[in-house]
Design a protein around this ligand. Sequence first.
Ligand code: AHN
Ligand code: ZN
Length: 232
Amino acid sequence: MLGKNIIAAVNPDAQQRILLAAHWDSRPFADHDHDKHNHYTPIDGANDGASGVGVLMEIARQMSIQKPNIGVDIILFDLEDYGQHASIDRSINGENTWCLGSQHWARNPHVSSYDAQFGILLDMVGAEGATFGYEYYSNHYAPGIIQKVWKTAASIGYGDIFRKEDGGGVLDDHVFINKYAFIPTIDIIHHSPSTTSGFFEHWHTLEDGIDKISKESLKAVGETVIHVAYLE
Ligand code: AHN
Ligand code: ZN
């Protein structure tokens, strides 16, 4: 499988750097669609992946107008959502079929002896009414970054969206950045306790389209992340 990560650098020569990331691929099969005839059809992935990409593209545009003090690397990972089809038993191949772009990058960074102070991953940040809790691996590897981001969100009026509550545990790109690149990295990811998946209602279905995307959710995440970056 050929994958391509897309990487941009703001202030490429700055020593002090942070990393912002999302996945740009979308799931090649709608294996959680309510209609089983769709289980092998690719999804649009407006929320599950593209929402994070959209926020990061606007942050890149803002930073081209007003440069932050620090360096910022924006990485769009490929093959996050290539994980094995839901019809296959999870215990067989399981976890190592997900997040292939980030697994590759974390072991082979684009710059030799790459380092960043911390990283923020955005995943499924565009659903209407999205809320974010303390995702398990984020809080395990990077509790200080969780506190920094959630405090910043509250300070600009997004305390109802960035909630001081448990946010489940998700094997996502940030886990591999923490494990293999040793950069403390959090995942801002919509956690929904009311669905069986724990994700947004239309997760891995053909319903994950642009018509379900909320500008307000994108704005809350984008403003929070850009504030964190400009405060460094
Ligand atoms: C697993 O289900 C193993 N990971 C979910 C990560 C994910 C999927 N993020 C977006 N789509
Ligand atoms: Zn997905």
